[in-house]
Design a binder for this molecule. Sequence first.
Ligand SMILES: Cc1cc2nc3c(=O)[nH]c(=O)nc-3n(C[C@H](O)[C@H](O)[C@H](O)COP(=O)(O)OP(=O)(O)OC[C@H]3O[C@@H](n4cnc5c(N)ncnc54)[C@H](O)[C@@H]3O)c2cc1C
Length: 376
Amino acid sequence: MSDSSLTPDIFARLRETAGIALDEQSRFSDLTTLHLGGKPRLTVQCESTAAAVSAVTALDAANIALLIVGGGSNLVVADGQLDLVAVVMAQDALEIDLDTGLVCAGAGVVWDEVVAATVAAGLGGIECLSGIPGSTGATPVQNVGAYGAEISDVLTRVRLLDRSTGAVEWVAASELDLGYRHSNLKFTSRGVVLEVELQLNVDGLSAPLRFGELARGLGASEPSQRWPVADVREQVLKLRRGKGMVVDPADHDTWSAGSFFTNPVVDDALADSVREQVRAIRGESDAERMPRFPAGQGTSKLSAAWLIDRAGFDKGFPNESAPARLSTKHTLALTNRGTAQTADLVDLARTVRDGVREKFGVTLVPEPVWVGVSID
Ligand SMILES: Cc1cc2nc3c(=O)[nH]c(=O)nc-3n(C[C@H](O)[C@H](O)[C@H](O)COP(=O)(O)OP(=O)(O)OC[C@H]3O[C@@H](n4cnc5c(N)ncnc54)[C@H](O)[C@@H]3O)c2cc1C
């Protein structure tokens, strides 16, 4: 437990700050796409950049634990009472320069609104990231990516509140260590992204199509072809909906955190041994089809979804009455069917991770940020 209390002084200071709304009732189950998680000490909604800076610096100065929350689409939060304050980023300024393709968005802008607006304006570069839920400020945190594109392809800089110094400054994308579902902001309390700047292209065409399923769906005939941005967005949304990867409150297959495990990067020797295991269990042709991509320095990237499936976890696992189960559309999404607690989801995650490890010797690593709870 934190030994710092939310004194009346701090409450008063937060309440009196323009652009801040306090809420003592919200639970993380209201704030996350998994609809899971207990109650923070307080929820602080920040409608402006200045409000977010004031809230975070005041809470940090008082040594009160806090969690920055955007759309809650990459969070697994413990049940029960949480000893932290939820600071929700809700600043929604969006500027698009049609001549230069420069885009500046507040951290709280819904990411897909940025994609929709830029695509409508004929700007290219983020159309493959259509339909990813959550806020714009979170996109650099795990370097969001889909269909062969990543935010790092277009991110120029972020306006960052450095929580150790209280300084607010623009930080170049090159200083964020952006990699596969990684940055030096993820799993740390280094800073708060206040604004994001992107450089898009202005010729109305997409980034080169790098994902086979997408290129085939569009009818592209050559590898790395560029395509009208609106068509790419439409096709990406179609593919994502088919996999339950566009949030729909009425569809429990989308009550998830998206892909639950990252695709494992393993030594080539382990990748060879996984292929042998697959050959033994499933036969030659399945082994030959195993997705495996060179990842440099004697390593290969494997597909987490494929391994989960080949380890015997079918879509919908374990059964129709389980409160937490694999999506019926995609083995890589762990879902809440409406009545789950976080503990149910964690049990399922553990079962899947252990099953894949037992079968193939590969330990899958969860992609979301875990708060107050662990898979170990
Ligand atoms: C159906 C579904 C599909 C998904 N598909 C994809 C996909 O295709 N590709 C992909 O990469 N991800 C995907 N995700 C995961 C998720 O949408 C992204 O990681 C997204 O960027 C998270 O944004 P958020 O605002 O919801 O972050 P949150 O879940 O609110 O927060 C995630 C982490 O980021 C931190 N954070 C949030 N905002 C800030 C900020 N402004 N400054 C500093 N730290 C911050 C939080 O403290 C937390 O540690 C999917 C999720 C779902 C539910």
